[in-house]
Write a protein that binds this ligand. Sequence first.
Ligand code: NAD
Length: 476
Amino acid sequence: MTTSHYIAGRWVEGQGSDCISVNDPALGQPFAELMAASVEQVDQAVAAARAALPAWKSTSASERAAYLRGFAEQLGQRREALITLQMRNNGKPRLEAEIDLDDAIATFGYYAELAEQLPAKNCDVPLAAPGFSARTRLEPVGVVGLIVPWNFPLVTSAWKLAPALAAGCTVVLKPSEVTPLIEQAYGQIADALGLPAGVLNIVNGKAETGAALSNHNGLDKLSFTGSNSVGSQVMRSASAQCRPVTLELGGKSAIVVFDDCDVDQAVEWIVAGISWNAGQMCSATSRLLVQDGIADALLPRLQAALENLRVGNPLTEEVDMGPLTSQAQWLKVASYFATAREEGLQCLAGGKALDREGWFVSPTLYADVPKDSRLWTEEIFGPVLCARRFATEEQAIAEANDSRFGLVATVCSADLERAERVADALEVGHVWINSVQAVFVETSWGGTKGSGIGRELGPWGLSGYQSVKHVTRCLG
Ligand code: NAD
């Protein structure tokens, strides 16, 4: 049993009614347990964040930057433990667990720099009207609830924590019940750095704990990453209190491959876009649009590449892809395999769970999937790629945009003018041209349409935790 709630600078036992099992998905076996936080403990966490706010928001930007640099440094000091835990609890291959850790470190370093630039942003505003002066002051939004999913726990939490702390907000973080141990590192680091008690609080639990936080009237803002169904509940709670909310939700993103591409290079990008993190990425490019002139050459090579991926336990084998992270996700992906069979889809690779212990599925490719198939329109969140052919650039853009989601897209073409034109026409928050899933902390993250509200990363990530105040003075 693990003590896993960090409230007001102390580690406490969970007093909720849910017992959470922490699983090794490669074995399908639990390796730790913890009791969820109770609703009263969520109250205590919010109260601690509220009590810590006046002093924290009065710290200088350079003091906050020093703490953020401390987070980056201390994450680095826990490198091996955090990589191993992500491999064990998420089923991530080592390289992917390393990339996640480096991303989290870079995020804290980046927001330390932005925090240091904050004083210059509090500046005089020139007015056309005589007789008045005005100045801008960027203030922290206040006490912020942060609710995150399980697919990139270290990273998603860093993307929220670092800008929130940089802005001068105090926070209550609710990790996913599927991966409740990884973010404990943030509490341990807060302890090690002597972060003032209550600035960062962590409560673990399932939906009940998340709902207690998102419904709490002691929050000034909620930032949520997760599914559309829970996101809409979070938005309802926010609307009941007229409170700002940032939502990072699902995706069903397109990868558009024009026929001037190098086939092998295109296959590499397509495979990475659907197999990293076993396809459990909001940004998975799970809809392949391939131009007629290259489709017959590309699809057999793509099939072979997917079939050749080494799928296994990242802790004991050299693997390209691990298991799905939870049994629930495994059952969900298997249900889409059943739907594909019922719909009579043409399966070129995979389409089944692996016959071994743990929550493994085969990397999967369906070809010529009808536009109204559930597999073409719904987020599956697994290594399941659906392909369709297109003739013209206009058709590719129309089909890529024909989705209720709008998170990301990838465009592959040797004609860079065309690639840029298509990128501009796609209704998404982020487009990769001739690259795949490359996320830099300086660029924005977030989607259009059903993929969410607001942006993380870059200066936009910081603005999400700031409120603009103007002070106007009569000079007369
Ligand atoms: P989820 O919505 O089931 O859970 C997300 C978090 O919400 C968890 O911490 C969960 O405990 C909590 N929660 C559950 N019910 C709640 C409630 N009623 N009120 C408040 N909180 C509640 O999502 P998941 O299965 O953990 O993650 C997968 C989803 O996340 C996918 O849809 C994926 O696309 C999305 N996602 C989006 C991004 C992005 O940046 N856009 C990034 C990662 C994941």
